[in-house]
Structure formats: structure tokens, C-alpha cells
Design a binder for this molecule. Structure first.
Ligand code: AMP
Ligand code: GLY
Length: 420
């Protein structure tokens, strides 16, 4: 099978690493890829958000299966266009990806499906939004409706912060994404992520994870794309996962099918867990990054069969072979991230690292320059390990981190603290 993966972050490196282990994979190309991906697959350069470019490339390379990593090509309708051109695709249609692209849409689906989530109201006028916030009081959550790279959410503990957030969003801080806002009830509890594959009709759970969104140790400081993650998430017990599946995910998937936009691909449900019950925080139409890295570390080569079963609508017959193991990933980011940071610093010590079924360093923002690996992004490396316990995986991951020489980068020492 000739496979094309779209994307170039740590998530796509992990997907490529797992897919490569399946004997069915004859050829693997990743676009745009990165320096780590280039060590295991071919990287190609074209605009992955432009359907015509993707189709032309896929035809020229006789691709049999396209796996879409990030949200942007999904929101641009690349999966629809590839399918229309006859390709087998892993990734939801543009209509189904609305579950990530529009928070108001997701809320509407949850209401129709009777899925537990925060109470909310939806505004296109700043004065009305502010009057509602003042009537509700703090804490309260203000969200830009559209895609804002994970930055369009303000969890306001004080009323004034919520009012300021409305002004920022209507003032254009998030471009078109802020032209509508969703105001939500603040949910207290512990967050965890639940990952399922869907094929339009059937739903197959493939794992749980927790990530650390804040930049600083002790979960402090500004939000980031994620500074580390681990799987499984102990808070997502079998009982809570079953509730999430039966009360939230399956009814929402049925509602999507009923509306004529069946969901096919991975659905990432962000849950808030309190008093033994889950509520939905948000859906994403893709794997989490860095959550994907810990899931792939645990699932390995079988992921290709599972992604294919999702794309071919055969998930009712698919099965996940679970190992009783744990994985953790520590993100190394450029100094300054998530604010301004320098590009181009050299990372040393990578060649000396273990690279096997228990230890892998997935690359995110890296490139190769004159034989050196250099940092080209905010999040740069995902040092990932697996073990019989989280303690064992944690030790392996930090042993690797400590071998990497990169003074221009930083990482959190406390990834996994909640579960350890
Ligand atoms: P989202 O982009 O919707 O996932 O929001 C980003 C983060 O904001 C979530 O991961 C939560 O930590 C927090 N958050 C979002 N909505 C709520 C809510 N209704 N109550 C409490 N925290 C929330
Ligand atoms: N790590 C959070 C996300 O991928 O959205």
C-alpha cells in the first residue's frame, strides 16, 4: 500500500512511525514532514490545504491511502475533494469537521443528542454578550466561535476578564473566528481526552490521554498547544469511558449521520470529569498533538489497519489489541514559546538516543541544515517513552531529555504529575 500523510508535526511523525511498522505499508510519503520524519519516510513539499495540489501529487505517486493529520486541510475540504477524485481517505468531510471548526455547531449537536456539556449562549453582538455575562457572573468561559489555533478560549475567573475577552474577540483579535462568541458555564473537574475512530456509523475507542496545556511547571502560565501528555488517563476509568461513549460520543455521531454529514475519522473528545461523570468540553476532528504521540507509541503498527477500517466503514469488525502499558511524551520547546522565539539553533545529542519500541524522539519543528538538526518552530521535539508503568516510562523519557543538548530550548520537569 502506498500511503501519503499530510502534516509535519510531532503528531505526523508519530503516525508515520506507527504506520511504517505495518507490513502492509510499501511506500510512505509525508508532506511537508520534518527532519525526524525524513529519517524514516520520504518528505514532499506542496500546499496541503490546496486540494488540486494534493490530488496531483497523490496521482503522480500512485497513492492508495491518504491520512490527514491537522485540522486545516479538513476545514479546507481536502478530504471531500480527495474522495471525489477516488482516493481512500482517513479524515472527516468538511461538513463533519465542523465539530471542531465551530463551537456553536458542536453545542447545537450536543443539545440535539442530549449529550452532557456546559450550558451556553451564542452571540453576534458584543453588548448582548456582555449583558449576558454580567447577568450570569464569574467564573465564566468566553470562546471565539471559529478556529483560533487553540487560543480563542478565555476561562475568566473574574467578571472583568470575561467582559474584556468579548471586546478583544469582537475587536478582531482572532480575525473571522471572533465574529461570533459562545459564552459557557464554567465546568469544574479534571480534564481528560478520549479518542475514538468513527466510520459514519460505528465507533471504536482507541485510547485515553491527558495533556499539559500550560507552559509552566505546576500547570501555570499561558496556554500552549501542549507541553506533554501521557496515556492512559487514570481519571478516565472504564466506567467513565463507557458513559462518555454511550451518552456523549455515540448520540452525537448518530445526530451527525441523521443530518446527512456522517463523521468518519478520529474524534477527539475533550472531557471534564467530576463526581464520576463526564461532560464534553470540546470535540476535535483530528488526533491531539502531543496526545497522538503517546497513543501511537502504545498502538504501533496496528493503527494502519484501524485507520483503513475507519476509512472503509468496517469498524464494526475491527478490534484494538491493547497492551497493559503506559506512555509519556515530554515536549521540548524553543525558549520564549508560546510567545516570540528564535529559530535556527542547533540541537545536539539526538544521535546518541535510544530509538526502539520503548524510546522514540518524535520531531515537530525541526529541519536539517548542513548535517545538523536545527529548531524551526515553537514546539520542537517530543521525547516519548513506553513502559509497564507510568513511573518506568517517565524515567525513560526524562533520561533521554537529559541527554539532549539544546540550551536554546526548555521543557517541563513535571509531565504526568497528576497520574504519578
Ligand atoms: P477548548 O478550546 O474548547 O478546548 O478550550 C480550551 C481549554 O479551556 C479546555 O481544555 C479547558 O481547559 C478550558 N475550558 C473550555 N471550556 C471550559 C468550560 N466550559 N469550563 C471550564 N474550562 C473550560
Ligand atoms: N494538545 C491539544 C490539541 O491537540 O488540541
Amino acid at each position: 500500500m502506498n500511503i501519503l500523510i499530510l502534516g509535519g508535526g510531532g503528531r505526523e511523525h508519530a503516525l508515520a512511525w506507527a504506520v511504517m511498522q505495518n507490513p502492509k505499508c510499501d511506500k510512505l510519503i509525508v508532506a511537508p514532514g520534518n527532519a525526524g520524519i525524513a529519517q524514516i519516510a520520504t518528505c514532499a513539499s506542496f500546499n496541503i490545504e490546496n486540494s488540486a495540489e494534493v490530488i496531483t501529487f497523490a496521482e503522480s505517486e500512485a497513492i492508495d491511502f491518504v491520512i490527514i493529520g491537522p485540522e486545516a486541510p479538513l476545514a479546507a475540504g481536502v478530504s471531500d475533494d480527495l474522495r471525489a477524485a477516488g482516493f481512500l481517505v482517513f479524515g472527516p468531510s468538511k461538513a463533519a469537521a465542523q465539530l471542531e471548526a465551530s463551537k456553536a455547531f458542536t453545542k447545537e449537536i450536543c443539545m440535539a443528542a442530549n449529550a452532557p456539556t456546559a450550558a451556553y449562549a451564542h452571540f453576534t453582538d458584543a453588548a448582548e454578550a456582555k449583558a449576558y455575562i454580567t447577568a450570569q457572573g464569574a467564573p465564566i468561559v468566553v470562546k471565539a466561535d471559529g478556529l483560533a489555533a487553540g487560543k480563542g478560549v478565555v476561562v475568566a475567573m473574574a467578571l472583568q476578564d470575561a467582559l474584556d475577552a468579548v471586546d478583544d474577540m469582537f475587536g478582531g483579535a482572532f480575525g473571522g473566528a471572533g465574529a461570533e462568541v459562545v459564552i459557557e458555564e464554567f465546568m469544574d473537574g479534571e480534564e481528560a481526552s478520549f479518542f475514538v475512530l468513527c466510520d459514519g456509523e460505528n465507533v471504536l475507542p482507541i485510547g485515553t490521554a491527558q495533556d499539559h496545556k500550560r507552559v509552566g511547571e505546576g500547570d501555570t502560565g499561558p496556554n500552549t498547544g501542549g507541553m506533554g501528555a501521557y496515556s492512559p488517563a487514570p481519571v478516565l476509568t472504564d466506567n467513565i469511558a463507557t458513559q462518555a461513549l454511550e451518552q456523549i460520543v455515540k448520540p452525537c455521531m448518530a445526530e451527525m449521520a441523521r443530518r446527512g454529514s456522517p463523521y468518519q475519522g478520529v474524534l477527539y473528545a475533550g472531557l471534564m470529569i467530576k463526581d464520576g461523570a463526564p461532560r464534553l468540553v470540546e470535540y476535535n476532528a483530528r488526533f491531539g498533538d502531543p496526545e497522538c504521540q503517546v497513543l501511537m507509541m502504545r498502538l504501533g503498527g496496528q493503527i494502519l489497519d484501524l485507520l483503513q477500517a475507519s476509512a472503509e466503514a468496517r469498524l464494526d469488525k475491527a478490534q484494538v489489541n491493547w497492551a497493559d502499558d503506559h506512555a509519556i511524551t515530554v515536549v521540548m520547546a524553543a525558549n520564549g514559546y508560546p510567545g516570540a522565539y528564535e529559530k535556527g539553533s542547533v540541537i545536539k545529542g539526538l544521535d546518541a538516543l535510544a530509538d526502539d519500541s520503548h524510546n522514540v524522539t518524535f520531531h515537530a519543528g525541526t529541519a536539517e541544515k548542513s548535517g545538523d538538526i536545527i529548531a524551526t518552530g515553537g514546539r520542537v521535539l517530543n521525547v516519548t517513552a513506553r513502559g509497564a508503568s507510568l513511573v518506568e516510562a517517565h524515567k525513560r523519557a526524562y533520561d533521554m531529555v537529559d541527554t539532549i543538548e539544546w540550551p536554546e530550548g526548555f521543557f517541563r520537569r513535571d509531565i504526568g504529575w497528576r497520574a504519578l
